[in-house]
Design a protein around this ligand. Structure first.
Ligand SMILES: Cc1cc2nc3c(=O)[nH]c(=O)nc-3n(C[C@H](O)[C@H](O)[C@H](O)COP(=O)(O)O)c2cc1C
Length: 463
């Protein structure tokens, strides 16, 4: 069988992910695996129709397609996303339709699931026959048990193609609502009270709803607020994945384009940051993705810490919960506050006006009071994963992260709490006795609320 491997790594064949595909290639020599570097060659693929057509011809003549990519910022790299956009823009979905397909990523498992959800949904949109996903940790290939698991996954993929086994769809097509947003006049305006409000957008002339929403949001304030269009910014290219920034946050593009300066001088000083974009396939545009990928020069540092964030989105966000989760996770990981998301999907201009006005008010109010929502599992889990990785195997090459995490007290491992460790050791020993366990069971509920009741008492006596 012939399988086309669409390589998402900007590093081309010198990619961690590709080593996993090589493993499959070695294990199943009876099948031909043809590698195509998508992300690394995106400029050529985009500008040279012959290159694009060659890829389509390969897909057409194949028995299956393997989407193989690193996870970049909750998704796949921006250049890979650009390729997906080209498929839809150039109306060549039919080339992919009915092809068996699977997805393989490597990552440190930080929001690998949202990347997999995305690729799966794209495959469903392309009417492909999605067999399954494999999410490998970067270092898994070194473990026999994981190599075996990968072999089983690949074997199953080939078998399903051979047997023409039916597959089921997970994602319904996104239905776009035909709606022209016609903003009304802003009746009450919000005083930004000295807060630095920055709107970043990728709006294009034809995206009338988004441009009107941004304008209406601007009009919600009594003073001027800054709007920056990513498309007007000189960004030479996407993240190369070279990780040279790990040492001291210096990107290889430093001084070569406007991105780093824009991030450091416009975004970092902002109190309130609005992200405004249009949903394109199952995410924002690849331009927006490039913005996020390039922010990797900050490493794993919460570079937008303490900010109020809002999203102004044109498109059916309620039908793409994966994207909403990415917005929520992004804000939480950044230690920022997601003050609200406004979309134009409800088809009622007056309602959109009201929501935009309300968002402006909330952003300023939260910025004033310093309110940051408590993180949910998305933020708590993600931060712990980063903490452990930066403390452990990623300390090199991410030296800058390590130094910052140390300074911020991120390394809060519980094993340093000696009092608790001693208590736990004593209780564990005692719990071997059935009599003690019986007593514990009797008192468990009371003991759990006791320390909290003490807090309540001390707080009320403070008044
Ligand atoms: C810009 C950038 C963003 C990344 N984002 C994530 C991420 O969101 N989640 C994750 O688990 N790993 C992330 N990683 C780590 C890569 O997924 C991982 O190193 C991968 O194995 C690289 O594969 P490659 O060598 O094939 O490009 C990121 C790496 C880079 C350079």
């Amino acid at each position: 069988m012939k399988i086309i491997v669409l390589n998402g790594s900007p590093k081309g064949m010198t990619s961690v992910t590709m080593q996993y595909v090589h493993y499959i290639q070695n294990k199943f020599p009876q099948h031909e695996l043809k590698f195509i570097n998508i992300s690394q060659r995106i400029k050529k693929i985009e500008t040279d129709m012959r290159s694009f057509q060659e890829i389509l011809d390969e897909v057409k003549g194949s028995d299956g397609v393997l989407w193989a990519s690193p996870v970049y910022f909750f998704l796949v790299p921006s250049n890979y996303k650009r390729f997906i956009e080209l498929i839809f823009e150039r109306n060549v979905e039919s080339v992919f339709a009915d092809k068996y397909t699977a997805c393989l990523t490597t990552s440190i498992h930080f929001f690998d699931h949202t990347a997999h959800n995305y690729i799966h949904a794209i495959c469903d949109d392309l009417k492909m026959k999605f067999v399954g996903s494999f999410s490998a940790d970067m270092g898994d290939l070194g473990k026999e048990v994981e190599r075996e698991r990968l072999g089983l996954f690949a074997g199953n993929f080939f078998e399903i193609i051979e047997n023409k086994t039916p597959t089921s769809k997970r994602y319904m097509p996104v239905i776009q609502r035909d709606f022209d947003y016609l903003p009304g006049e802003a009746r009450e305006v919000v005083d930004a009270a000295g807060k630095n409000v920055v709107v970043v957008t990728d709006v294009q002339d034809h995206q009338l709803n988004l441009s009107r929403m941004v304008e209406r949001f601007k009009d919600s304030f009594s003073g001027e607020i800054e709007v920056i269009n990513l498309r007007a910014l000189d960004i030479k290219g996407s993240c190369l994945g070279c990780i040279q920034c790990g040492y001291d946050n210096q990107c290889v593009y430093q001084d070569k384009d406007e991105y780093i300066d824009f991030y450091n001088t416009k975004l970092k000083p902002a109190d309130i940051l609005i992200i405004a974009g249009t949903i394109q396939d199952r995410y924002l545009s690849s331009r927006w993705k490039m913005f996020f990928d390039r922010s990797f020069f900050n490493g794993h540092a919460p570079s937008l810490m303490g900010k109020q964030m809002g999203f102004i989105i044109s498109g059916s966000l309620s039908q793409v919960p994966n994207l909403r989760q990415i917005f929520e996770a992004h804000s939480e990981i950044q230690h920022a506050n997601l003050a609200g998301i406004v979309t134009d999907e409800y088809g009622n201009s007056a309602q959109v006006d009201e929501l935009l006005q309300d968002l402006a008010g909330n952003l300023v109010q939260f910025a004033d009071s310093g309110y940051i929502r408590t993180p949910t599992f998305l933020g708590v889990g993600g931060r712990k994963l980063f903490r452990d990785e930066i403390w452990g195997r990623l300390r090199f090459p991410f030296r800058a992260d390590y130094l910052l995490y140390k300074k911020l007290g991120v390394f809060d491992f519980p094993q340093k709490n000696y009092k608790m460790r001693v208590q736990i050791a004593i209780m564990s020993l005692l719990s071997k006795s059935p009599g003690f366990r019986k007593e514990v069971n009797k008192r468990m509920k009371d003991e759990m609320v006791k320390p909290l009741q003490k807090v309540l008492e001390s707080v009320s006596s403070d008044r």
